[in-house]
Design a protein around this ligand. Structure first.
Ligand code: MRU
Length: 377
């Protein structure tokens, strides 16, 4: 998408690769919306740390980062011994996989890269194939998001008020976004609508990232406290909910997404509001048979006990001189502990439809359409 940099709109991808320096280039998302900076990770361990520490986040974005990270690790190997190369590659794969456990996209992306590499007969051939495959994954991911936009745009009618949770926008992907793709497509078709961004405690990706994206795109929006959605729904002020997903089970239609998604789905069901989930094909897990088996990331208590931001007076924008580096402030009682599950699982009966690059399906119909949806079992 276009980002206004020093007064000029420039197209930027969330994740890209620089072959000359063998570096993965990432938008440093922890600084947004206060500063826009691109950082480079120089080896696969640094790339894994960037995923773990949420320099880059969002399932399709960490998938492309992992795919590039795998290629980066492969290209850093010195030697011609194929068996040693494959052992090294397995270490790289496991390091990147372990960085964040809930999203299935990084594993699906790295598997695609490894499958493509298998055609190479030498280390050098496999190294070249790895980067080609990672680029292919990233480009396909963008195309899939555009297709989600085409399928999802008709859901958005003029004047609608749409709720979204966390950030399933272009910052969570390589470009375009999943939950935001129908919004951007509807906007391009001339429709006007309003978006409520759940702030999404504890890390506030809705208040910082989604709000920043929508502001850049000129889409009318307001940030709401996570607890406000039920009130707005009860008053008839929300017409539609669209969220993303980190892992959607192809066999059951269960959807793992940012903590709080389940709560919003229950509320939407209670109020008869359509609840859609937008996903690229890399988000589908065809193996797991029960949502209860999805690994749910437990993050640091500090995220719940405090918050990050820049210094400002309430009601006033931060002053120009305010350092762009966010500071951490403790909010909670110092003697208390906290529990911090990062994701939850929404059952299929609460979901109206899954917007995919090949069409919109009822969650329980994913399995029936599995061959169109990329199942290769
Ligand atoms: O913890 P995060 O910021 O990586 O969580 C992101 C989400 O939960 C998004 O909704 C998700 O990745 C959707 S993918 C576009």
């Amino acid at each position: 998408m276009n980002v206004l940099i020093r007064g000029r709109a420039r197209p930027v991808r969330t994740v890209s690769f620089d072959p000359a320096t063998n570096a993965v280039r990432l938008i440093e998302q922890r600084l947004l919306p206060h500063a826009f900076r691109i950082v480079a990770t120089r080896d696969f361990r640094e790339t894994a740390r960037a995923i773990r520490d949420m320099v880059v986040r969002g399932a399709p974005a960490i998938a492309a980062t992992a795919a590039y990270g795998l290629a980066q690790g492969a290209r850093a190997f010195r030697g011609r011994n194929l068996a040693a190369f494959e052992r090294h590659l397995e270490r790289v794969f496991q390091t990147l996989k372990a960085a964040r456990p809930t999203a299935v996209d990084p594993v699906n992306a790295m598997r695609q890269v490894r499958e493509a590499m298998a055609a190479g007969r030498s280390v050098a051939e496999r190294q070249a194939l790895a980067l080609e495959a990672a680029e292919r994954f990233a480009n396909r991911s963008v195309e899939e998001c555009r297709a989600i936009g085409r399928h999802g745009a008709p859901l958005i009618r003029d004047g609608m008020r749409i709720l979204t949770h966390c950030n399933a926008g272009w910052l969570a992907c390589v470009d375009v976004g999943t939950a935001t793709a129908p919004l951007y497509a509807a906007q391009a078709q001339g429709r006007r609508f309003h978006v409520f961004c759940d702030e999404t405690r504890p890390r506030c990706q809705g208040a910082t990232l989604t709000a920043w994206e929508l502001a850049q795109q000129g889409i009318s929006h307001e940030i709401i406290a996570d607890n406000a959605a039920g009130h707005l729904m009860a008053r008839g002020e929300i017409d539609l909910v669209i969220v993303g997903s980190d892992r959607t089970l192809g066999r059951t239609g269960e959807v793992a997404n940012k903590i709080g998604t389940y709560t919003k789905a229950v509320l939407a069901h209670r109020h008869g509001i359509p609840f859609y989930v937008a996903i690229p094909l890399s988000t589908i897990d065809w193996e797991l048979r029960r949502g209860a088996d999805i690994p749910i990331e437990e993050r640091a208590a500090a995220e719940v006990l405090g918050a990050w931001g820049v210094v400002a007076s309430p009601g006033r924008p931060a002053r120009k001189a305010t350092p762009a580096q966010p500071v951490y402030v403790r909010v909670a009682n110092p003697a208390s502990k906290a529990r911090n599950p990062g994701f939850d699982v929404t059952p299929p009966e609460l979901i109206t439809g899954i917007i995919t690059p090949v069409g919109i399906f009822r969650p329980r119909e994913l399995w029936k359409h599995r061959h169109r949806l990329g199942y290769q079992g």
